[in-house]
Design a protein around this ligand. Structure first.
Ligand code: DGY
Length: 309
């Protein structure tokens, strides 16, 4: 039977299925991820790894993990895993698709609405004692109903789920997929929402040029991956007032240091990567990760594999 290293405690009781199958389960204690050297030590005799997006699974790590057969990433994304390196070593990689789609699409809309209607500022006004009367000109925001939204990565699961929600608000959806004219879409949209995977081709997709192409006053929402956006360019666009607001669940790096310049930009909401953070989604992700581990440890094909290169 195998030894599985779990990079952080996870919710639910799915890990018990590994123990019931006779595997040894070693869970990293505490809420912070293991340092890369600690992770390498932990994997020296591990057959399976349950990783988070905080663990870089690269050649250096794999070189220190001679017995590793399977990596079950506790995420639908896999940009933290060097798939060329795992494939070269015959290590199976699994992910957790579908189960977090609705949770992430819901959070996308929560951010979109919060930015459009300026909820954080309005709430601060109440807490700070600045709510003195009904203000006929106070807290005016952008209309969501009937507005136009560009969904970048519209063919993907989460992009499609966001489009369904947008239809419920009678929004006009501009789907943007690979090969489409991004800048033309940005010029027409009141809201732009990012759902494309992070690859070399999509890193800094939203750069200075894109932020100049964007419709003045538009609102950018990112629940995909932080590096899709050039944050220095984003700060400039917010400061110039070219961009109306930005609402981010993901940043580059994560966590964003408390003194990061982006935090002093106007009209920005930043959350700590909580797109999939519902009890239901996280328990389902745990169950799928364990299914992937059980199959990989048994030398069987994974039920939820990462795409092959
Ligand atoms: C994912 O699954 O890729 C999310 O970013 C974290 O749940």
């Amino acid at each position: 039977m195998g030894r599985v290293f779990v990079a952080r405690a996870i919710t639910g009781d799915s890990l018990s299925r590994l123990r019931e199958a006779g595997h040894e389960v070693d869970i990293w204690p505490g809420n912070l991820p293991p340092h890369p050297t600690e992770l390498r030590d932990a994997l020296s005799d591990a057959d399976g790894l349950l990783s988070m997006l905080t663990e870089r699974v690269d050649e250096k790590l794999l070189g220190a993990a001679p017995k590793l057969k399977v990596v079950a990433n506790y995420a639908v994304g896999f940009d933290n895993v060097d798939l060329a390196a795992t494939q070269a070593r015959g290590i199976a990689v699994g992910v957790t698709p579908d189960v977090l789609t609705d949770a992430t699409a819901d959070l996308t809309f929560a951010l979109l609405l919060a930015a459009a209607r300026r909820l954080p500022e309005a709430q601060s006004a109440v807490r700070d004692g600045r709510w003195r009367t009904f203000e006929p000109q106070g807290w005016l925001g952008a209309s969501v109903h009937g507005a136009t939204i560009a969904i970048v990565g519209a063919r993907g699961r989460i992009g499609s789920a966001v489009a369904r929600r947008a239809q419920g608000f009678d929004m006009k959806v501009i789907p943007v997929n690979r090969g489409d004219d991004l800048h033309a879409a940005l010029a027409r949209a009141d809201f732009v929402s990012l759902h494309t995977p992070l690859t070399d081709a999509t890193r800094h997709l939203i750069d200075d040029a894109a932020l100049h192409a964007i419709k003045p006053g538009a609102i950018l929402v990112n629940t995909g991956r932080g590096p899709l956006v050039d944050q220095a360019a984003l700060k400039r666009a917010l400061e110039d007032g070219r961009l109306g607001a930005a609402a981010l669940d993901v940043t580059d790096p994560e966590p964003l240091p408390p003194d990061d310049p982006l935090l002093s930009a106007p009209n920005i909401i930043i959350l700590p990567h909580i797109g999939s953070a519902t009890h239901h989604a996280r328990e389902a992700m745990a169950s799928m990760a364990v299914d992937n581990l059980l199959a990989g440890l048994a030398g069987e094909p994974l039920p939820y594999p990462a795409p092959t290169l």
